[in-house]
Design a protein around this ligand. Structure first.
Ligand code: CU
Length: 156
């Protein structure tokens, strides 16, 4: 191997590393930039994942993680979200398996056209009343559909 081919190989390796590190970074940066424009400053942002067996999970959970991490951890299921009165709440909702819906009827939010795996649907509202509210799935998604309920607590 001559010095010249070694330099060239090194150059290509460098490009490969830049692409492999830079591309995910750029996608991440672009993604968070997009979300920043959609979520006003000061908003309480929650990630929610719907799962047809486990209910509402906290965070953005992939299907395989839902099964391995959450099936043993009952506390992770059907979570409770807590906010204060006056908070602007943004829910970033996704699915880990089938098509789900979302309804939080006390705040007039109904998503019936589907929450699909790999897609994030936004729901935002102002928590303008104190109390304990239930949100659920409004698309029949399986045997456990009726148990897909979770709680929003708005404190004074
Ligand atoms: Cu569902």
């Amino acid at each position: 191997m001559t010095k010249r081919t070694r330099n060239r190989d090194f150059f290509y390796l460098l490009i490969l590393i830049v692409v492999m590190v830079g591309l995910p970074w750029a996608i991440q940066a672009y993604d968070s930039h997009l979300w920043r424009t959609k979520t006003p400053a000061g908003a309480k942002v929650f990630n929610l994942t719907a799962h047809s067996k486990l209910g509402w999970l906290s965070g953005k959970v992939h299907g395989y993680d839902a099964i391995t991490l959450y099936s043993k951890n009952k506390h992770a299921r059907n979570l409770t979200l807590e906010v204060k009165k006056g908070d602007l709440v943004v829910l970033k909702i996704t699915s880990s398996d089938v098509v789900h819906g979302f309804s939080l009827k006390d705040f007039g939010i109904f998503i019936e056209d589907g929450i699909r795996p790999g897609k994030v649907v936004l729901a935002s509202f102002k928590a303008d009343k104190v109390g304990t509210f239930t949100f659920n799935c409004n698309i029949i998604c399986g045997d456990e559909h009726k148990n897909m309920q979770a709680t929003l607590v708005v404190t004074a």
